[in-house]
Design a binder for this molecule. Structure first.
Ligand code: AMP
Length: 220
């Protein structure tokens, strides 16, 4: 049985960072559609090439492509596991698609965490974000600085700004998120699955708040 936990939040809310922390405290398979798409782009795969044009503009990649990579990911994973979805679903169409995929695998959604932070916090986090080109570790110029400027602490790879973290694209991504989220929030709130988390606070506190509300895993 697949048990899904979802991290829902605007770009810069800390989904990736919190997912890393959560994986350390619980046994999750982490699925980030953003990471998966960036890997497809880097590898020059056809799906990546189709997705890139949308990503560069800060627009959402079409639902059918996203559902395709999620279905493949679930098919390639164990039949019984806890999945942590980060950056997915982004639309109610994707949320319905996920329900159908989980139902077909006798699974379900256990909790949806809505990570909330002010617009000023989101913009500041995205503007200062730097990502390792080799291992994808994430830093922030002020909040999580690397020991040596522009060099990854973990693998020595070069740190760069993500192409979609530039100002114009960031503003569009935040607007796209605002437009899509209301429907998603209503979708999950109506089912009693939604928990709001203050993602503007320190990472460790936000993580503790999530862990407190995390449902206990049911045995497979
Ligand atoms: P993220 O790393 O989650 O900020 O995603 C980066 C970009 O990948 C987004 O701006 C979208 O273009 C695309 N993307 C990631 N996840 C999704 C999704 N679930 N649905 C549509 N587009 C997505």
């Amino acid at each position: 049985m697949i048990q899904a936990v979802i991290l829902l939040g605007a770009p810069g809310a800390g989904k990736g960072t919190l997912a890393e922390g959560l994986k350390r405290s619980a046994d999750f398979i982490h699925v980030s559609t953003g990471d998966m798409l960036r890997e497809q782009v880097k590898a020059g795969r056809p799906l990546g090439l189709r997705a890139k044009a949308y990503m560069d503009q800060g627009e959402l990649v079409p639902d059918d492509l996203i559902m395709q990579i999620i279905a493949e990911r679930l098919d390639g994973g164990p039949a019984a596991a806890r999945y942590l979805f980060d950056g997915f679903p982004r639309t109610t169409e994707q949320a319905r698609g996920l329900d159908a995929l989980l139902a077909a695998r006798h699974g379900g959604i256990r909790k949806v965490f809505l990570l909330e932070a002010s617009r000023a916090t989101l913009v500041a986090r995205l503007a200062g974000r730097r990502v390792c080109q080799q291992c994808a570790a994430v830093y922030h110029l002020r909040n999580i600085p690397p020991r040596q400027a522009d060099v990854c602490d973990q693998c020595g790879g070069p740190l760069r700004q993500r192409p979609d973290d530039t100002e114009a694209t960031v503003l569009n991504r935040l607007e796209v998120f605002r437009q899509q989220t209301e429907g998603l929030i209503a979708y999950y709130a109506a089912r009693g699955l939604l928990a709001r988390i203050d993602a503007g606070q320190q990472r460790d506190q936000a993580l503790a708040d999530i862990i407190n509300l995390l449902p206990v895993a049911t045995p497979p």
